[in-house]
Design a protein around this ligand. Structure first.
Ligand code: NAD
Ligand code: UGA
Length: 457
């Protein structure tokens, strides 16, 4: 078995960084990443990487062309590798049964068939992408549905990295989860994957499990994380009615060691390509097993997220005298979180469309996501895109902070205030600014889950 040759199918936000880290930490392995998207592969081979992640450039520069290769010949990659990670996209299905809920497994299934057709020697096939529990069974059935005696072992090794901190998360993971069949072959294949991670991850952080627990744990981890955000966002609505302060509530509850301080920041809503899709998928799976109440419970996490975005828009309307027509509104940030250019499911997308419906004149600024914003909103006319936040805010009536980029906390807001139309408003959808100071400058300030600071009597 060519176990020192690793292939990853899918060169996206997961495939690129995870394989770069393996190549970086394991010089004895040759790591190849392939994709059907040739333009993406070309960018991985250029100085303009398709994914922005702090620290990624350096690792790619150190490994690319040595033991890390980005290529387009998928069959060749399969033939030459003993271990194949599958990192293709698994978005929400948009058609047919389960549309809007179930995972769309067409990319994953094409990959399984291609592995079956191109393989000439035994393979360990590792699910890196997030898939419904029991997908490994379908994978095994496809792989073994052809005459021949090639052995395939299917494993689950879900990825827990978060965008913006991917390199840190990969280098110092809280845990690495590896699930396999508990047969002699399955356990042997499991050891081969454990051995890769042992090159840099402490043994006690590598967790082994049965394959179904591993597949399910990935969906459940995302559901629990998103649930914390929806829980705190739901309470932010109550704070706004009662003059309680969500930051103080978060701090007070987070210091309970059973709850923990992380993931309790109220916001305009969670975004990203995974939380919504994975929760809807979890709920869909529950429903297929007849667990209607469980499905409803998890779906409510997504419902609260939609509610929070709508609440933010209605708050802007209410504060700005119930009309936004012709008013300049500047979005500070479009990415779904800081330190990424990714805009998939970003709350800013929903907010931008809703503001345009209200006939506001929209200006969008972001340090890394303007190109993606232009693609996302290409059907909407009249939006201005401006990388410089000072220029972007000039002449506007309001700023809405959409992304918690550090740079937005360091701006000269007096200069910005002086350049804006009056009365000037700030809607801080991330609670990252110094609200008291902004208010003293003259801004009318509307945080999330805190009393607004206004100059109207
Ligand atoms: P992505 O869309 O950035 O990348 C997927 C890549 O797979 C694309 O470049 C696409 O062209 C390629 N692809 C699709 N079908 C293919 C095929 N048949 N052959 C070769 N290449 C093919 O997606 P992503 O964000 O990297 O996510 C991938 C998976 O990892 C998803 O299941 C996601 O849920 C999971 N995940 C994502 C993150 C994240 O932060 N983005 C974190 C953990 C897990
Ligand atoms: C999330 C998980 O954190 C990863 O562990 C997981 O691997 C990944 O999904 C995945 O499966 O794709 P990611 O979506 O990249 O990672 O980013 P997060 O840091 O989780 O943030 C998600 C969203 O929640 C962002 O919009 C962020 O701004 C928001 N958020 C986060 C809040 O609104 N409040 C918080 O307290 C934390």
């Amino acid at each position: 078995m060519k176990r020192n040759n690793i292939l990853c199918i899918g060169a996206g936000y997961v495939g690129g960084p995870t394989m770069a880290m393996i190549a970086h930490k394991c010089p004895q392995y040759k790591v190849t990443v392939v994709d059907i998207n040739h333009e993406r592969i070309a960018r991985w081979n250029s100085d303009d990487l398709p994914v922005y992640e702090p620290g990624l450039d350096e690792i790619i520069r150190a490994t690319r062309g040595k033991n890390l290769f980005f290529e387009t010949d998928i069959d060749k990659g399969i033939r030459e590798s003993g271990i194949i990670f599958v990192g293709v996209n698994t978005p929400t299905k948009t058609f047919g049964a389960g549309a809007g809920k179930a995972a769309d497994l067409q990319y994953w299934e094409k990959t399984a068939r291609q592995i079956r057709e191109a393989s000439e020697s035994p393979k360990i096939v590792v699910e890196k992408c997030t898939i419904p529990v029991r997908t490994a069974l379908a994978m095994e059935r496809i792989l073994t549905s052809k005459d021949g005696d090639i052995r395939f072992d299917v494993l689950s090794n879900p990825e827990f990295l978060a965008e913006g901190t991917a390199i840190h998360d990969l280098e110092f993971p809280d845990r690495v989860l590896i699930g396999s069949r508990e047969t002699p072959n399955g356990l042997e294949a499991r050891k081969a994957i454990v051995d890769i991670y042992l090159n840099w991850v402490p043994r006690e952080k590598i967790i082994e499990s049965n394959i179904w627990s591993s597949e399910l744990s990935k969906l459940v981890a995302n559901a629990f994380l998103a649930q914390r955000i929806s829980s705190i966002n739901a309470i932010s609505a109550l704070c706004e009615k009662t003059e309680a302060d969500i930051a103080e509530v978060s701090r007070a509850i987070g210091l309970d060691s059973r709850l923990g301080v992380k993931f309790l920041n109220a916001s305009v809503g969670f975004g990203g390509s995974c939380f919504k899709k994975d929760i809807l998928n979890l709920a869909y799976i529950c429903r297929t097993y007849g667990l209607e109440d469980v499905a409803n419970y998890w779906e409510s996490v997504v419902d609260i997220n939609e509610y929070q975005k709508e609440r933010f828009i209605l708050g802007i309307l209410d504060a700005m005298f119930n009309t936004l027509a012709g008013k300049g509104i500047c979005l500070f940030g479009f990415a779904f979180k800081a330190d990424t250019g990714d805009t998939r499911e970003t709350p800013a997308h929903t907010i931008a469309r809703r503001l345009c419906e209200e006939k506001a004149e929209l200006v969008i600024t972001d340090p890394k996501a303007i190109d993606n914003a232009k693609i996302d909103l290409q059907d909407v006319d009249g939006i201005t895109y401006e990388p410089d936040p000072y220029k972007a805010a000039r002449g506007c009536d309001a700023i809405a902070v959409m992304t918690e980029w550090k740079v937005y906390t360091e701006l000269d807001y007096q200069r910005i205030y002086d350049s804006m139309a009056k009365p000037a408003f700030i809607f801080d959808g991330r609670n990252i600014l110094d609200h008291k100071r902004l208010h003293e400058m003259g801004f009318n300030v509307y945080p999330i889950g805190k009393p607004p600071l206004v100059h109207f009597t």
